[in-house]
Ligand binder design. Structure first.
Ligand code: EPZ
Length: 416
């Protein structure tokens, strides 16, 4: 199993090209099932998760090809409606094939995703939303099963703001009979990007970017031709790396507004941030200042940056309170950071981070995608060597991370 060896203590300097967004690419790959034909997706990040999604589509009968970051998906030959447990258990987002299969074929057999590293992640809103659109769904042997489903427009309000369930119901509604009104939807850039891709291929969606969507079903859609938006979490992770190492990084091919909440917090912690239309330059302080953070759905501070921000605050002057309101128990990185000398106390869904003068390199274990990113950041700032095990978690969501970090001065290598 691959590991990452990082020798810390060097400020990062230089330019980082940011990749396409994993969380925008996955639902758009699923949406290619909605229309028979050859779809072209550009700026698709080459990640474990996009490869896994390609395998899900191939299992359904699609043909998928990558040429660099261009992904071509031919959904003409789709002839199965089953997404097996073996694949879904490795990537929850596989559930995104559910609505497109129901919409196009009136049937689906998709494994329930199950739990993840930090606890239960229910899909009740996906199911109740589809049921509100007339889909009779059964749970059989761990699978969500729909037969003879005819999706009918309806009204559905989300109790909780959910990225996944919003995307799922958008894909159900675009081909449904009649009009669907979705209330209290997620407005993450990934969701708006899916909406833009669907509208570009003939869908009728009103209110994109707002909390309420009105979707008028159409009979058919044309194949998708879309360019995936930049990955705001990858960009924010590199911004935190500059803040943590006292470095200066120019992040290119980004949309600053997509991670503004993080940039503002890094400024509060002492970094300098220069914003340009499609680039951001972050200059870290000699030592970050403590800040308090509460995660929220977009445009609030993203839960996917909570772990990385805890790493930044681990070296801050003072005590920070980091509260995660989206995932109450997403703290598997905390004991690993403590192995590196961080002083963090968990009080329910709040991490009390008492800043220390320095972190020390140590062997640590990655437990999920963003937790592993926080260990990389800590390793970059620590004294000595850090050896991170199970970095397959990182490969799920960061494209050529060690290459990009090496190019801006990090001493980092992958050990197989
Ligand atoms: C998406 O997950 C992202 N994944 C996650 O990023 C991200 O952490 C999350 O949104 C929140 O921003 C992808 O886009 C592939 P949710 P998703 O539905 O859609 C509750 C990463 O690191 N909920 O917005 O699964 C849920 O428990 C990944 O890239 C229900 O109760 O998240 C949570 O508390 C990790 N019932 C809240 O809503 C449901 O049916 C938000 O979850 C669905 C969700």
């Amino acid at each position: 199993m691959d590991k990452l060896l990082i020798t810390g203590g060097r400020p990062l300097e230089g330019t980082v090209p940011i990749s396409g967004a994993k969380n925008a690419a996955l639902p758009i790959m699923a949406a290619t099932l909605l229309a028979s034909g050859v779809h072209t997706l550009r700026n698709v990040p080459r990640l474990r998760d996009t490869r896994t999604f390609a395998r899900v589509l191939e299992l359904l009968g699609a043909k998928v090809a990558f040429d660099g970051n261009v992904c071509t998906i031919d959904s003409t030959g789709v002839n199965s409606v089953e997404a097996p447990y073996e694949l879904v258990k490795t990537m929850r987002a596989s559930i995104y094939v559910l609505a497109p299969l129901l919409a196009r074929f009136g049937a689906a057999r998709v494994s329930l995703p199950g739990g993840c590293a930090w606890g239960p992640r229910p899909v009740n809103l996906h199911l109740s939303g589809l049921q509100a659109m007339g889909a009779a769904l059964d749970i059989e042997h761990g699978y969500i099963v729909g037969r003879d489903v005819k999706l009918i427009g309806g009204r559905f309000g989300f109790d909780v703001v959910s990225v996944g369930a919003t995307a799922q119901l958008m894909m159900a509604a675009v081909l449904a009979q009649g009009t669907t009104v979705l209330e209290n939807v997620a407005v993450e850039p990934d969701v708006t990007a899916l909406g833009d891709a669907l509208v570009a291929c003939g869908a009728r969606i009103e209110g994109l970017g707002s909390r309420n969507l009105t979707i008028h079903g159409v009979a058919t859609l044309k194949p998708i031709d879309a360019t995936i938006i930049p990955d705001r979490i990858e960009a924010a992770t590199f911004a935190a790396a500059a803040a943590m190492t006292g470095g200066r990084l120019r992040l290119e091919r980004v949309v600053p507004a997509h991670f503004e909440a993080v940039l503002r917090k890094l400024e509060e912690a002492g970094s300098t941030v220069e914003r340009a239309p499609d680039a951001v330059t972050v200059t870290g302080p000699s030592r970050p200042r403590a800040v308090n953070v509460v995660t929220q759905p977009f445009p609030g501070f993203p839960t996917d940056m909570q772990a990385q921000m805890i790493a930044v605050c681990a070296l801050a002057s003072g005590t920070s309170l980091i509260e995660d309101t989206v995932y109450l128990d997403r703290f598997t990185h905390v004991p690993e950071l403590a192995r590196m000398g961080a002083s963090i106390e968990l009080r329910g869904n709040v991490a009390v981070v008492r800043g220390v003068d320095r972190l020390y390199g140590a062997p640590v274990m990655a437990t999920d995608l963003r937790a592993s990113a926080s260990l990389v950041l800590a390793g970059l700032a620590a004294n000595g060597d850090t050896l991170i095990d199970r970095i397959y978690h990182l490969d799920r969501g960061y494209e050529t991370l060690e290459k990009k970090l090496g190019a801006v001065g990090a001493r980092i290598e992958r050990i197989s």
